[in-house]
Design a protein around this ligand. Structure first.
Ligand SMILES: Nc1nc2c(c(=O)[nH]1)N[C@H]1C(S)=C(S)[C@@H](COP(=O)(O)OP(=O)(O)OC[C@H]3O[C@@H](n4cnc5c(=O)[nH]c(N)nc54)[C@H](O)[C@@H]3O)O[C@H]1N2
Ligand SMILES: Nc1nc2c(c(=O)[nH]1)N[C@H]1C(S)=C(S)[C@@H](COP(=O)(O)OP(=O)(O)OC[C@H]3O[C@@H](n4cnc5c(=O)[nH]c(N)nc54)[C@H](O)[C@@H]3O)O[C@H]1N2
Ligand code: SF4
Ligand SMILES: [Mo]
Length: 761
């Protein structure tokens, strides 16, 4: 007889969810036949930012970690388009050689870099910088340049950097084109939303044509006609100005340029603009007054306006709303967090006249080329066109506007190399596909560190070793730099020895080498990885680059670090910070601020808010004569392509079985519209835009405004062996979007406002 023995519970290991920028701390239990599956997942109470919170999605993270989409060997494309497996030595040698040939023939500035990190992994970008430096690659972009660059441009001009807001303590919370119930974006979103909704002294305001899950909780829900937010925001700001509700004294102390902008707002015909966006004027005025009289307002704008008509103007009006009412720099309002790395490095520094892209001359904002213009930077005979591309942790063939033209551009390159964990749509077009360890098989972290006053950082350790033959981006870039003949082997050896002698010796050696060889600095990450990666605690090798981050942040954020316990002269604080990162697998507080600090972080030349952005004032005035909606009888519907739902996560998870609900990714439409089109629930329609057409099942949703339809994001991805043998489920939204529909300032796409036609199928 065998006595049933109680097996000890599998250990819970700390890591983070990688499915949105919140990166909630989670704990996982590994299991399954090979012990490599993420079998149980729970929110991590010890995580300082998420404090045990997690939504429904990470419970099914194993669909990312395990499955047939994982790449295991480097692939090389044959002339007939099929792929063959090659060994790593061949892959590294050929990729290095072919990039070097492009550099030597056409110049390194024709080698374009895309990606560098997704929602959960920013270390590849740090290591990729080394390869780019050796190749002389100067231009880059990422998904941020199809959503946040308009807001960043505005924010940089007005405040000298980006801001976030304190929803936990605000009296009024405002969400403009944002549905945090599903998309999150703020810590512990659902808990925070429910707290605000429950408290009669607080007020939740949502601006969204759809009755989103967040709007359902709202005290005030303003439903503009799709694409008319600029009129609504202008009416809100104008009401505040015209009714004398601006924070005059506060602005006198901190602002500049009011004289220039206020006359434009005085001139706004509030009643007419309310009519344009289809909202009762009284409600708009009441909302403006509620915002103006609040002791604190926290607000967040997102894709509903940032991927829509007038997006940069809408960002400007939104920032004016915040600043004219004095909602910055006190609890419950906007703040400038302490950053570990400047996430939007290479901004215009307030001048508005930064670099331009080589072919189209479009604005480079935050160092990023506008995504919608990438095909135009390739599909031309311009001598400085992009000829080669390195894509890392991004899937532009699926995620950027006008999929067919993006694919044409990627195929026109002399060389496309993709670094990914899975066979993405972009990888399918590559000359070489280089597979890497998953985010649970290496150390990872993000620089989405936006909390305030206690700002958190989480270095996650590897939970698992990578499958045989795979390694991290850090190792991959180190090998590429070596193959390009640029790794300073003696320097690496000297550093390694110095580390073993002590921290002070290591630092002295690093700066001695950097002073003697300034060209070494951009290679710092791979040099550090080679020198100390394997000397760091187990599962932390890829953290090596963070040593460099700590050296630069310590002098920059001295007081904030000291308040968080990293005191002393910057070199010592940097060492202590690096050690703390390695020692806190559940995450840690790296910076502690007081609210006054925000004012010292205003990055404009004179340290004041600049209320006027002269380039945008004509667009603001122009609203008066512009029709609020273009009624093309051929395309009577407005399609929002890419809604965040319960089980969507960009293209990070490819297996459609992941989704517990909305398996097919239905088109949501109002029942009246469905009746007119002649389709019932579950029926299928043909959805046609100027760019493409798709068959899609319909979900009847009286949460939609008539005339407005919505498709989810993250569908239409190729997955081997999907349900019923189908290898793709749902519609890829960018088969329907056009690259030309974009903002004139930032080049951001209008994905939430695509003219469409719908017929019963
Ligand atoms: N579940 C889930 N969460 C995610 C992601 C995910 O893939 N899945 N992705 C993450 C990423 S990368 C991002 S950038 C964020 C995006 O987060 P959000 O911007 O919140 O996501 P969306 O659902 O794309 O759009 C938000 C809202 O805009 C509304 N909208 C559409 N048209 C208009 C309009 O004309 N005016 C206004 N005011 N609103 C309009 C839609 O109805 C929708 O409710 O989500 C993050 N979180
Ligand atoms: N029409 C329309 N288009 C949209 C949107 C929309 O709302 N509508 N939303 C847009 C937004 S806001 C965003 S942020 C983008 C997102 O689009 P992308 O930035 O392209 O991001 P993902 O689709 O998440 O692709 C991430 C890739 O990284 C890979 N990956 C995962 N882990 C690792 C790793 O550890 N290392 C490496 N090297 N690779 C890894 C994944 O397999 C995947 O191929 O989509 C945009 N596209
Ligand atoms: S909010 Fe949900 S999807 Fe976003 S990081 Fe947290 S658990 Fe993951
Ligand atoms: Mo995004």
């Amino acid at each position: 007889m065998t006595v049933p023995t109680e097996r000890p519970e599998k250990p819970w290991q700390p890591t983070a969810c990688i499915l949105c920028e919140c990166n909630c701390g989670i704990e996982v239990q590994l299991g399954g036949d090979d012990g490599r599956r993420l079998v149980r997942v729970r929110g991590d109470d010890a995580h300082p930012a998420s404090r045990g919170y997690a939504c429904e999605k990470p419970a099914r993270l194993d669909f990312y970690q395990s499955g047939p989409q994982r790449l295991t060997r480097p692939l090389r494309r044959r002339p007939d388009g099929s792929f063959e497996e090659i060994d790593w030595d061949t892959a590294i040698r050929e990729v290095a050689h072919r990039f070097a040939a492009v550099r030597d023939t056409w110049g390194g500035d024709t080698i374009f870099y895309y990606g560098g990190g997704g929602q959960g992994n920013h270390l590849p970008g740090a290591y990729g910088r080394a390869t780019r430096a050796v190749l002389g690659s100067r231009y880059r972009s990422s998904a941020l340049a199809q959503e946040k660059t308009g807001e960043f441009w505005v924010s940089d001009r007005m405040i000298g950097g980006f801001v976030r807001a304190d929803f936990e303590h605000c009296e009024v919370a405002l969400f403009v084109g944002k549905n945090p119930w599903h998309s999150h974006g703020i810590a512990r979103a659902r808990v925070t939303l429910k707290e605000i909704a429950r408290d009669p002294s607080r007020c939740l305001i949502v601006i969204d044509p759809r009755v989103s899950e967040t709007a359902e909780l709202a005290d005030i829900h303003l439903r503009p006609r799709p694409g008319t937010d600029a009129w609504l925001l202008a009416a809100l700001v104008a009401t505040i100005v015209q009714e004398g509700l601006i924070a005059g004294e506060w602005l006198a102390a901190h602002g500049a340029g009011a004289d220039e902008v206020l006359p434009h707002l005085q001139a706004v015909p509030v009643a007419a603009y309310c009519a344009r966006c289809g909202i009762d004027e009284g409600r708009v005025r009441e909302t403006a007054r509620r915002i103006a009289r609040a002791s604190s307002v926290a607000s967040f704008e997102d894709l509903g306006v940032q991927m829509n008509r007038h997006s940069t103007l809408a960002s400007y009006l939104h920032k004016l709303l915040i600043l004219l009412t004095g909602n910055f720099g006190k609890p419950g309002t906007a703040y400038r967090p302490a950053s570990l790395v400047p996430l939007f490095a290479g901004g215009d520094g307030g001048s508005g006249e930064g670099r331009r892209s080589p072919v189209t001359g479009s604005r480079i904002i935050g160092g990023l080329v506008a995504c919608n213009l990438i095909p135009d930077e390739i599909l031309t005979d311009h001598p400085k066109r992009f000829r080669a591309m390195l894509v890392e942790s991004g899937n532009p063939a699926h995620s950027l506007a006008d999929g067919p033209r993006m694919r044409e551009a990627l195929e026109a390159l002399d060389l496309l190399v993709v670094i990914d964990v899975a066979m993405s749509e972009t990888a399918r077009l590559a000359d070489y596909v280089l597979p890497v360890a998953s985010q649970f098989e290496k150390a990872e972290a993000t620089f989405f560190n936006f909390e305030f006053p206690h700002n958190c950082f989480h270095l996650r350790r590897a939970l698992l070793s990578p499958p045989e033959g795979l390694f991290s981006e850090a190792e991959l870039h180190a090998r590429l730099v070596e193959a390009l003949g640029a790794m300073p082997r003696d320097g690496v050896a000297a550093l390694r020895a110095a580390w073993q002698a002590g921290r002070a010796q290591f630092r002295a050696k690093f700066f001695e080498l950097a002073a003697a060889h300034p060209a070494m600095l951009p290679l710092g990450a791979v040099i550090l990885f080679r020198a100390i990666g394997d000397l760091l605690p187990e599962g932390c090798a890829e953290a090596a680059a963070l040593w460099g981050v700590c050296q630069t942040v310590a002098p920059r954020q001295r007081k904030s670090l000291a308040r968080a316990g990293f005191a002393g002269p910057p070199p010592e604080a940097a060492d202590a910070l690096f050690d703390a990162m390695l020692d806190h697998p559940h995450g840690m507080v790296f910076a502690e601020d007081d609210w006054e600090e925000c004012f010292r972080r205003i990055g404009t030349a004179d340290g004041r808010f600049h209320l006027a952005i002269p380039e945008l004032l004509p667009e603001l005035d122009g609203l008066a004569i512009e029709p609020a909606h273009s009624a093309d009888p051929e395309f009577p519907f407005v399609l929002s392509a890419g809604e965040r739902r319960g089980y969507t996560a960009n293209t990070i998870i490819r297996d459609p079985a992941w989704r517990k609900k909305d398996a097919a990714g239905a088109l949501r439409m109002h029942p009246e519209d469905a009746r007119r089109v002649g389709v019932g629930a579950g029926g299928r329609v043909r959805l046609t835009t100027r760019r493409g057409t798709a068959l899609v099942p319909v979900e009847l949703a009286d949460t939609m405004m008539p005339g407005h339809v919505s498709l989810p994001n993250g569908l239409g991805v190729v997955h081997p062996g999907g349900p019923g043998g189908a290898d793709m489920v749902g519609v890829a939204p960018n088969e329907l979007s056009s690259g030309d529909d974009r903002d004139p300032f930032a080049g951001t796409p209008w994905h939430k406002h695509i003219p469409a036609r719908i017929e019963a199928a």
